[in-house]
Design a protein around this ligand. Structure first.
Ligand code: SF4
Ligand code: SF4
Length: 371
């Protein structure tokens, strides 16, 4: 995979973090969390810390097409500045439709300038799907330019493309039947650049920053699954990591949202949970600064990180309706999950699982002694 060039004139990450008042201890915690979420062994943490300290800011151009702004909201809705926020400060976000201060011609001039100055080296982040080349270009335009023309122009000078959110990754809600705008995903259109899909509706913010941290650390993009999603975050299903799993394994299911089983925290499978067929990091990273996540809040997983989740049947319809003994329908659920999830890259996923199982915890105190 391509290794990205870095501008030697810019400050390293460590210097910028110090300027933002982040302690060495806070930085090491972030490195440990980054290693953990990327399924890397603790032995890699010193290498991550060293690489991040030296890292320079890559130029990032962020385009938003047919979307609801939920992906950007997800990224920016942290309660307090975090090291992850600073990592985002530490990329050079040269153009972002929603967050930029500039408007009108000045904004478009900034995009063109960033593309010229960093040609061949910038990261292109896209949220939202877009009308394909055969659709009416007028369905979605920015500054009079069709989404399709703007994407292809920006891709030409990009080192890699990160499709953020299920709309950009797989078409999402704009592509729901009857798909009136002929919406397609970024991956449907970009064939000559690496495309990373950070799916989710919206995506988990730490997964976005994790992909950027991987890029800053190693100068390349992470290993991907069959849907171009980073395996470190999408290698295990929601069901694999769900804290309600012991109830599933015992056949204890809530039947309604307010029955005794629901109040006791039993499994939400019969209420339509798509956790067995959904690969995402919600169960481990959670939402809103790690406060909670949908299943912990009592709602089944909708499968929002999977292709075609929007047209895959009712959100509250179980994957299969158990009728026989617990063993039978648990097996059926597993089989159906495998089908709905598509052809899974079992060997790579198995490796991620095995690595996670033997990973040793490491404390910040141990790191401080090593570094
Ligand atoms: S079916 Fe859903 S609620 Fe039940 S264990 Fe799996 S992911 Fe958790
Ligand atoms: S729990 Fe499921 S539906 Fe909810 S955000 Fe996570 S992957 Fe999406």
């Amino acid at each position: 995979m391509r290794v990205f060039e870095k501008n030697p004139l810019e400050k390293g990450l460590a210097e910028r973090l110090r300027e933002h008042g982040v302690s060495r201890r806070g930085f090491l915690k972030f490195c440990a969390a980054t290693a953990s979420m990327m399924a890397l062994p603790p032995a890699m943490i010193p290498a991550i810390a060293a690489a991040l300290e030296r890292a320079r800011r890559p130029s990032v151009i962020w385009l938003s097409f047919q979307e609801c702004t939920g992906c950007t909201e997800s990224l920016t809705r942290s309660h307090a500045p975090t090291v992850e926020d600073l990592i985002l400060d530490l990329i050079s976000l040269d153009y972002h439709h929603t967050l930029q201060a500039a408007a009108g011609e000045a904004a478009e001039a900034a995009r063109e300038q960033a593309m010229r100055d960093n040609h061949g080296n910038y990261l292109l982040i896209v949220d939202g799907s877009l009308p394909g080349p055969d659709a009416n270009p007028g369905y979605s335009t920015i500054a009079g330019v069709s989404n399709y023309a703007m994407l292809m122009e920006a891709v030409e000078g990009a080192a890699a493309v990160i499709a953020v959110g299920t709309c950009a990754a797989f078409g999402g809600l704009p592509a729901a039947a009857p798909n009136p705008t002929g919406a397609v995903s970024v991956m449907d259109l970009v064939k000559d650049r690496p495309v990373v899909n950070v799916s989710g509706c919206p995506p988990v913010p730490m997964v976005i920053t994790g992909v950027l941290a991987h890029f800053l650390t190693f100068g390349r993009l992470p290993e991907l699954d069959e849907y171009h999603r980073p395996l470190a975050f999408f290698g295990q299903s929601i069901h694999d990591r769900c804290y309600r799993r012991p109830f599933y394994d015992k056949g204890l299911f809530a039947e309604t949202f307010d029955d005794a089983g629901a109040r006791a925290g039993w499994c939400l499978y019969r209420l339509g949970c798509k956790g067995p067929s959904t690969y995402n990091a919600c169960a481990t990273m959670r939402w809103n600064s790690g406060t909670s996540w949908p299943i912990e809040a009592g709602h089944p997983c909708l499968g929002c990180a999977e292709p075609r989740f929007w047209d895959a049947g009712g959100f509250y319809v179980p994957l299969s309706v158990p009728t026989g003994p617990a063993q039978d329908y648990l097996l059926a659920a597993g089989a159906l999950g495998a089908v709905v999830g598509g052809v899974v890259a079992t060997s790579a996923r198995g490796r991620v699982k095995a690595e996670a199982a033997v990973r040793q915890p490491v404390t910040v105190e141990e790191l401080e002694q090593k570094l």
